[in-house]
Design a protein around this ligand. Structure first.
Ligand code: ADP
Ligand code: MG
Length: 874
């Protein structure tokens, strides 16, 4: 084992590996990438490939270069980084060992290849500039913080001063795949996010400013709208660019200018709300058609799908901006013909953003360039449709697209001239360039094809001359072209035939004439390949040079796709344009749940009206289980998200005063993996709401307090509602099956009771799913149990027990249970007889009108004395 390990090859491997210790090294050897030592152990385990060993006992595994993409995809999905080490000189020309270099490193955050990427979502690599030390459980440290994010595949580049946004929220909203952090920060990243540490100095804002100015060839960053609050974000961008530079030593693909994202002007939706409302991910992993995104995603291009997702995760809070988007949707919704035309044209448009990026990076394959050409060719149709839709108005959002949408006719024409209709995946397969595009190539091809014809003619001629009917011209790699004659006819072979090979079936010969043609033909093949390579590279470079135009157009198309998609969905599913303004009101008429209604037969979802106003801003919804409380609650949240992202809403009419923050705490969620009990999670989430809600927020609470005993639960729910009503003053909906809470509106001026109607037919309950004023009189839990098929005996017994319990438990009307806890118990202890207090009885019996003032005073003194005495006894 010892000798071979120090072969020159392994020495070269060691030197390279030393510079790439935290990565799996894919070491190119001929048609394989080989991995050695620990890399081999890891890769064989993750990829389920055979672990072998070299003769010297070095553990080793390999994957064929042809199939490398799939293996790389799997490794990346496991959160690995892979350094790709290629042979950088032709092995045939190399003296001694072939030179090898790492040409790129692939990590979960730095992906360019379509093979690894999901079309409908971005793949962001994020850097966080945070002060040294612990960043706190939710990532709130002290000192300025900033975030930079780059999607290498689309060229998007974002900066954000984190302000009061939690790090976890920011990362999850971006769907960060990998995060770059200073070494001295303590922070726990969300699961599945790869962590990369860099030195603190790399996050320096001044260094970054210079680097970015150089990269975008500007004298200063003034024009980028980067303010002093974004300094940490800028520093993060510097670290990010340096890291990416190391991963892609040949240079980064084209990046768009950094866009500064500000949290003002946006609807803040925290992670819990995003999850609970199932905006983009279902609560139960793997469930289909459970998310709002799925319900509204009618986009036809990958750029559109990505933008829709971005908008859904970052709705706006500025009515002017929202209405600009709504205007565009409305125009598209009205013009069925124009919309249809645009959507038809868009359907043929592929991922311009990513394909363009690949062309600019010199990586696009012939087939990808073909896809770009086909996409460019759709643009005139798109543009024409847009012109008729947008009219002459340039100030509208649709009109602005007219300016940005470049039909890229020059590129389309060039690619159409240059490429064959269906280019192959690999350049090496040949037949990429269209005949007639290049004179030299045409000549070479003629030579080759002419040569082939010549050989066919030669075969015919030789058959006649020799009288051997089975004589044929063949080709193999070792001997080139030959004439094959079966043994039967051996005697007729002319003397000038030179024997080259003897087979069981016959003999193979060559002639000088044949060899001369062979040279011409083979030479032609090689030169054809070289010429095609040149021409293809030139076409690709031409497209790559137009990357800014392509990506600007791609982004305009993304918006057009989203607007027409939203319009299409709105028409198909009967959504309306909401009135969005600065007011406080939130009024939905005939509203539906966009996801649930889709799962039911058409028209069977019961629409409901809801209205929040300054006078009635806390709505308590009671009703039996399964009545539809949670549904209406989420429905409101989803309508607000839709409206504020600039989409129509599932309702007959809607008025939505913009909301600054949306909080939704729905049902019980388990977070046992983090060692917290369900109730603890529920309470800390509720705490976060109470701390962060403002009068402009919308708080949707579903069954808060359920994770503990009934008394605790009611008490907490009561106090939470009071706080939101008295202190925060926000719009609140509280769905609960604790009908004890229906007493709240008696003392909270701006609170109202609502209930979801049921028809009680005596022995069964019919859910009407209709929201109406008033309180549920009881919780109907037993009826639900009955509907669910519990045995009749059990149901009967439960009715009995319920009757006893209800007799025992009384809330004292009008008394908030958490106030004055020492005076009156909220509920009598179980089992204690509900005996009326004698003093209360006495007071009740008193006829005040029949008493003289003096008598009254005496009775009062007497009552007070007895009350004092009873206090001492108790
Ligand atoms: P609750 O929270 O009151 O227990 P849910 O909101 O979970 O009830 O609703 C239970 C089921 O009732 C839903 O899954 C849905 O099938 C149905 N449902 C709710 N609201 C409606 C409605 N407006 N129209 C038709 N069906 C509804
Ligand atoms: Mg519910």
């Amino acid at each position: 084992m010892t000798q071979d390990v120090s072969t020159p090859l392994m020495q070269q491997w060691r030197e390279i590996k030393a510079r790439h210790q935290d990565k799996i090294l894919f070491y190119r050897m001929g048609d394989f990438y080989e991995v050695f030592y620990d890399d081999a152990l890891l890769a064989s385990k993750l990829l389920n490939i055979t672990l072998t060993s070299r003769g010297d006992g070095v553990p080793m595994a390999g994957v064929p270069v042809r199939a490398a993409t799939e293996y790389l995809r799997q490794l990346i999905a496991c959160g690995q980084r892979v350094a790709i080490c290629e042979q950088v000189e032709d092995p045939k020309l190399a003296k001694g060992l072939v030179r090898r270099e790492v040409i790129e490193t692939i990590t979960p955050g730095a992906l360019l290849d379509d093979g690894y990427l999901e079309g409908k979502r971005n793949n962001f690599l994020v850097a966080l500039a945070l002060p040294a030390g612990a960043a706190g459980g939710r990532g709130e440290g002290t000192g300025p913080r900033g975030l930079a994010a780059i999607d290498l595949s689309t060229g998007e580049f974002l900066l954000e001063a984190l302000a009061d946004r939690s790090i976890e929220d920011a990362l999850l909203a971006l769907g960060a795949a990998e995060v770059v952090l200073p070494v001295d920060v303590e922070l726990r990243l969300p699961d599945g996010v790869l962590e990369t540490r860099r030195e603190r100095w790399e996050f320096d804002a001044e260094l970054a400013r210079e680097e970015i100015a150089r990269r975008f060839r500007v004298a200063s960053l003034d024009g980028f709208g980067i303010g002093s609050t974004e300094a940490p974000a800028l520093g993060a961008a510097g670290a990010l660019l340096r890291y990416l530079g190391e991963l892609q030593p040949a240079g980064l693909p084209h990046l768009a200018r950094p866009v500064v994202r500000r949290s003002e002007g946006r609807l803040h939706v925290d992670e819990m709300t995003r999850r609970n409302l199932e905006l983009v991910e279902p609560l139960r992993a793997g469930t289909r058609n459970a998310t709002l995104l799925e319900a509204i995603d009618c986009t036809v291009t990958p750029m559109g799908a990505r933008l829709l997702r971005q908008w859904l995760l970052a709705p706006l809070a500025d009515p002017a901006e929202i209405n600009r988007r709504l205007d565009a949707v409305e125009v598209a919704a009205r013009d069925t013909l124009g919309r249809g035309r645009i959507r038809e044209a868009l359907e043929g448009v592929r991922d311009l953003e990513r394909l363009g990026g690949r062309a600019a990076a010199g990586r696009a394959t012939p087939r990808e360039l073909g896809a770009l050409r086909d996409s460019f060719q759709r643009l005139p149709d798109v543009l024409e449709g847009l012109r008729s839709l947008a009219g002459r108005e340039r100030s509208t959002a649709l009109g602005a697209l007219l300016e940005e949408l470049d039909p890229l006719g020059d590129l389309a024409a060039e690619l159409a001239r240059g490429l064959v209709d269906r280019p192959p995946v690999a350049l090496a397969d040949g037949g990429v360039i269209r005949p007639g595009y290049d004179g030299e190539l045409d000549e070479l091809r003629q030579l080759r094809d002419g040569g082939k014809q010549y050989l066919a003619a030669l075969q015919e001629r030789e058959r006649e001359r020799t009288g051997i009917p089975s004589l044929k011209v063949g080709f193999n790699k070792v001997f080139g072209y030959y004439l094959e004659v079966t043994h039967t006819h051996k005697s007729r072979v002319p003397p000038e035939y030179e024997r080259r090979q003897t087979l069981a079936s016959g003999e193979r010969y060559v002639t000088p004439e044949l060899k001369a043609y062979e040279e011409k033909i083979l030479g032609a093949e090689e030169r054809i390949a070289a010429r095609e390579g040149e021409l293809f590279a030139a076409l690709r470079a031409r497209v790559g040079a137009a990357i800014e135009r392509i990506q600007r157009t791609a982004r305009a198309l993304a918006r057009l796709d989203v607007w027409t998609a939203l319009a299409d969905g709105a028409v198909r599913h009967r959504y309306v344009r909401p009135v969005v303004d600065h007011g406080f009101e939130l009024a939905l008429k005939g509203s539906r749940h966009p996801v649930i209604e889709r799962l039911m037969p058409r028209e069977s979802f019961i629409p409901n009206d809801v209205e929040f106003s300054p006078a009635a801003r806390v709505l308590l919804v009671t009703g039996p289980n399964m009545a539809g409380k949670s549904t209406i609650l989420r429905q409101i949240g989803l309508c607000v998200v839709l409206a504020q992202m600039g989409a129509f809403v599932p309702a007959e009419a809607a008025r939505i005063g913009v909301v600054d923050r949306l909080f939704t705490r729905v049902g019980a969620s388990d977070n046992l993996a983090q060692g917290q009990s369900t109730f603890m999670v529920e309470m800390s989430e509720t705490g976060a709401i109470l701390h962060n809600a403002t009068a402009r927020s919308l708080v949707l609470l579903d069954e808060i307090g359920r994770g503990t005993s009934t008394y605790d639960g009611v008490a907490i729910a009561w106090a939470v509602t009071e706080h939101l009503h008295d202190r925060v003053g926000c719009k609140t909906m509280f769905a609960t099956h604790y009908h004890e809470l229906t007493q709240l509106p008696e003392r909270l001026q701006h609170a109202r009771n609502l209930t979801v109607a049921v028809r009680d037919t005596g022995d069964t309950v019919v859910f009407l799913h209709r929201l109406q004023p008033g309180a549920a009189d009881r919780s109907y839990g037993i009826h639900v149990a009955q509907l669910a098929g519990l045995p009749a005996r059990v149901i009967a017994r439960a009715e009995e027990v319920l009757a006893t319990l209800e007799g025992d438990h009384r809330v004292v009307p009008g008394r908030p249970p958490t106030r004055d806890p020492g005076q009156l118990a909220l509920f009598a202890e179980r089992g204690e007889p509900p005996a009326p207090d004698p003093m209360v009885e006495e007071l009740r019996a008193l006829d005040v009108n029949a008493l003289t003032p003096l008598e009254a005073l005496n009775r009062l003194a007497e009552l007070q004395r007895r009350a004092a005495a009873s206090r001492e006894r108790g």
